[in-house]
Design a protein around this ligand. Structure first.
Ligand code: SF4
Length: 481
């Protein structure tokens, strides 16, 4: 995507001043939306399905709209504002430093956009079905210098300034007295999103985040008080409410992250849910994670049913349209991300855990490389990126739709190589001898009943969503549902 070269001439200070002006922002917002439409829909250089491009354009428009609203309401502190303009608008959109173009020049493909790193397994909660099986007893933690090296290296190699920190609870990260705040401070030319239970975000922590400006917490909720306390522990919901208030008052943009299970999916599909978290509490974005049967006491029975998944998809579409929210489902959101983004796909990511083990995705817990071995042997993250294991997953993504011409793209509503196409994962993991990240992943690999049920689940969701995919995104046939 190309940007107006004139913008590159605008010094950072002037840009900050201009963006603070409501009128200037609304002009820029309109210009940005027009530009998105022109690039995504009219030019559509990569030949994506036109209706997919329209949907992506709309979703990004919602994000711009929400950020603009948060700026207008004073929900964004000066520190956050400067960090966003420096790291996104200055560093990325204005192309002040374009390492990703250098990468493309050298390798013929675009690099991943980010990494998800879980620097510690430690957590102060003990939630049912935690994908990371975290607990207070967990001691596994990445060394501070290794964590920093990863963040620096991805910026140098890929021009990637965006980092997702997951857990355990990131605010419990501590290596020799160094915490996540030290990471943020040392990498103030990068931006971070952290998945957090938020119970440790008091007024002091929120003020520190506002000053640093380069972190947005995505706070885990399960619905309202009943559902949240049921899964996360009594009293957690009230702590979350306080954390959200602290963040809003300090001017730190935050989002919500919700795990959809068979039991809470109706609640999170309700208008009350969206109205409460987005309109009343002030969340800027939302992630929906459908419960994935890996991790602590995994069970296929907690997954939303194929029928619920279709209903959830339709409801998410309605929220995006009617409430204009930036709400992305990690699975149903396949049309927005052009399918699975794991294994370092261009614009995608891969995952590094507290032991330094490197998996294609946080939800595909099978690895071959370890970051400590990598660095000991003088290698870089690129060696993992271009490994045969990751390349074979990207080949699957390419064949499924990412590298296909518009008319040959498969159903992006069911994009997931592990959740929706389990046999493909089993083939690749077995072929390369990828190792499980933990005992639960090991059990899942040996559990033939699990394989059977995951395979059947994938077939059912494909079947049930196909008419809608063909009609709404490929512009053909009739939706049977
Ligand atoms: S493997 Fe599944 S969960 Fe992971 S990025 Fe791909 S689609 Fe998403």
């Amino acid at each position: 995507m190309k940007f107006d070269p004139l913008w590159k001439q605008v010094p950072q200070g002037v840009l900050n001043f201009l963006l603070r002006q409501r009128v200037v922002r609304s002009v820029l917002l309109k210009k940005a939306q027009d530009r998105l439409y022109e690039n995504f829909v009219l030019k559509n250089e990569d030949d994506r399905p036109r209706l997919v491009q329209e949907a992506r354009c709309k979703m990004l428009g919602n994000l711009l709209h929400t950020v603009n609203a948060a700026l207008s309401d004073g929900r964004i502190s000066a520190g956050v504002f400067n960090s966003i303009t420096r790291n996104f608008i200055g560093g990325i959109l204005l192309g002040q430093e374009d390492r990703s173009a250098d990468f493309f020049e050298k390798h013929g493909v675009w690099p991943p956009a980010f990494l998800t790193i879980s620097p510690t397994k430690r957590c102060n909660l003990f939630c049912t079905g935690c994908y990371a099986s975290s607990s207070s007893g967990s001691a596994e933690t990445l060394k501070y210098d290794v964590l920093n090296r990863i963040i620096r290296e991805k910026k140098e190699l890929w021009g990637s300034r965006f980092n997702v920190i997951s857990g355990g609870e990131p605010l419990l990260y501590n290596d020799g007295g160094k915490t996540l705040f030290d990471v943020l401070e040392e990498n103030n030319d990068c931006y971070f999103m952290m998945y957090t239970n938020s119970t440790l975000i008091d007024k002091a922590a929120a003020a520190r985040m506002a000053r640093l400006g380069n972190l947005t917490p995505a706070i885990s909720v399960e619905g309202f008080e009943k559902e949240t306390d049921q899964r996360r522990g009594k009293g957690v919901f009230r702590k979350i409410m306080r954390a959200m208030d602290n963040l809003r008052e300090a001017g730190v943009p935050f989002g919500v992250s919700v795990t959809a299970t068979r039991h809470n999916v109706d609640t999170i599909m309700s208008d009350e849910f969206t109205d409460f978290y987005f309109m009343q509490k002030g969340a800027v974005y939302g992630w929906v994670f459908q419960y994935m049967p890996i991790g602590r006491s995994y069970t296929v029975d907690l997954m939303i049913t194929p029928e619920q998944r279709l209903a959830l998809f339709k409801n998410e579409q309605r929220m995006i349209k009617d409430f204009k929210v930036f709400l992305v489902d990690f699975w149903n959101g396949g049309p927005y991300s052009l399918g699975c983004i794991s294994a370092g796909r261009p614009g995608g990511y891969f995952y590094i855990d507290w032991n330094g083990n490197i998996a294609p995705c946080a939800f595909m817990p099978y690895y071959l490389s370890n970051v400590h071995d990598l660095y000991k042997n003088g290698h870089t993250l690129n060696d993992v990126l271009f490994s045969d294991y990751f390349a074979s997953i990207r080949k699957w993504q390419n064949d499924y739709g990412y590298a296909q011409p518009a008319q040959k793209v498969n159903n992006f509503i069911v994009p997931c190589i592990i959740r929706d196409h389990f046999p493909a994962t089993l083939d690749i993991v077995t072929k390369f001898g990828a190792k499980p990240l933990d005992e639960n992943a090991h059990q899942a690999l040996e559990d033939t009943d699990y394989h059977k049920r995951m395979t059947e689940y994938g077939q059912s969701v494909k079947e049930i969503t196909e008419p809608l995919w063909l009609k709404e995104f490929m512009g053909q046939g009739k939706s049977g549902k």
